[in-house]
Design a protein around this ligand. Structure first.
Ligand code: PMP
Length: 291
């Protein structure tokens, strides 16, 4: 879903009309996927967990030796300004920092000025009935990037690994694909973290399993604490998911969504489980500041 009104886009310090907000074909974000980004949400006029998102953005930039030409506070202010300029009370935010304009070679030191832009728009969620009935996923044949090749903890503009897995999901007629890591353990989905529930215990892979440290994932772990639902970060295998009582995904766009089928195996009762539904409800309250 995208808003059909003409949007204001924040780009390098200016708010421009959508049609005028352009980046160069020499931008290394485009030529090499050299850059970092964040996806955030505005709920009820308030950015959800701005500090956590901005920390991750600046850490991603640091990991690829990219200096963002503004402070974290200025970034948060620019995001708020963009959402306000578009009169959005609830929206999705995409904040992108590229290496900037350079030459056709790789050397990033030849790109003196990073490009920064912020888009606010309506959010494409999964269909409503999927939140009620659960979704099916498959395991992709491609594995998640090895952390020593390109750490999945870096939210870089290089999403080909995820896109290749997403193509497999689309081919299989499902909305998400699970990626395993190089050890064959469960990592995450193409744009969501994964959780399972077994005997009342909520389990999600550790950051060492090669995942993006999701902000929604962090919020869910905190909510488990508040609700006194036992939870743990632990390496899991595909078998653990197949025999789980419940499974769900988390992400800025998806929020919390039950997985009821993996690789043709029904998970638990085949319906969204009670702990998943409790956490989904708690998350909705949390984002509106009610919990
Ligand atoms: N994993 C990947 C690969 C992602 O791109 C995302 C973000 N959509 C997530 C997990 C979830 O992270 P967050 O909760 O911060 O959106």
């Amino acid at each position: 879903m995208s808003s059909n009104k003409s949007l204001k886009i924040w780009i390098d310090g200016e708010l421009l009309n959508q049609a005028d907000a352009k980046v160069s074909v020499y931008d290394h974000g485009l030529l090499y996927g050299d850059g970092v980004f964040e996806g955030l949400r505005v709920y009820n006029g308030k950015i959800f967990e701005p500090e956590a998102h901005v920390r991750r953005l600046y850490n991603s930039a640091k990991a690829i030796r990219l200096t963002i030409p503004m402070t974290p506070d200025q970034m948060i202010a620019a995001i708020a300004l963009t959402a306000k300029a578009n009169q959005f009370n609830d929206c999705y935010v995409r904040a992108v920092v590229t290496r900037g304009i350079g030459y056709l070679g790789l050397n990033p030191t030849k790109c003196p000025n990073p490009t920064v832009f912020i888009i606010t728009d309506l959010i494409e969620m999964y269909p409503k009935e999927m939140y009620r009935n659960g979704m099916a996923i498959i395991t992709a044949s491609v594995i998640r990037n090895h952390p020593n090749a390109l750490s999945p903890r870096i939210k870089s503009l290089n999403y080909l690994n995820n896109i290749l897995a997403k193509i497999e999901a689309v081919d299989a007629g499902v909305s998400e694909a699970l990626l395993l890591n190089a050890d064959g353990n469960v990592a995450e989905c193409t744009a969501d973290n994964i959780f399972m529930v077994r005997d009342g215990l909520v389990i999600t892979p550790t950051t060492n399993d090669g995942i993006l440290e999701g902000i929604t994932r962090g919020a869910i772990l905190q909510l488990c604490g508040k609700l006194q639902i036992p939870c743990v970060e632990r390496t899991i295998q595909r078998y653990d998911l197949y025999v789980a009582d419940e499974c769900f995904l988390t992400g800025t766009g998806a929020e919390v969504i039950a997985v009821t089928k993996i690789d043709g195996r029904e998970i638990g009762s085949g319906k969204p489980g009670p702990i998943t539904m409790r956490l989904l409800e708690a998350f909705h309250k949390h984002v509106r500041g009610e919990m």
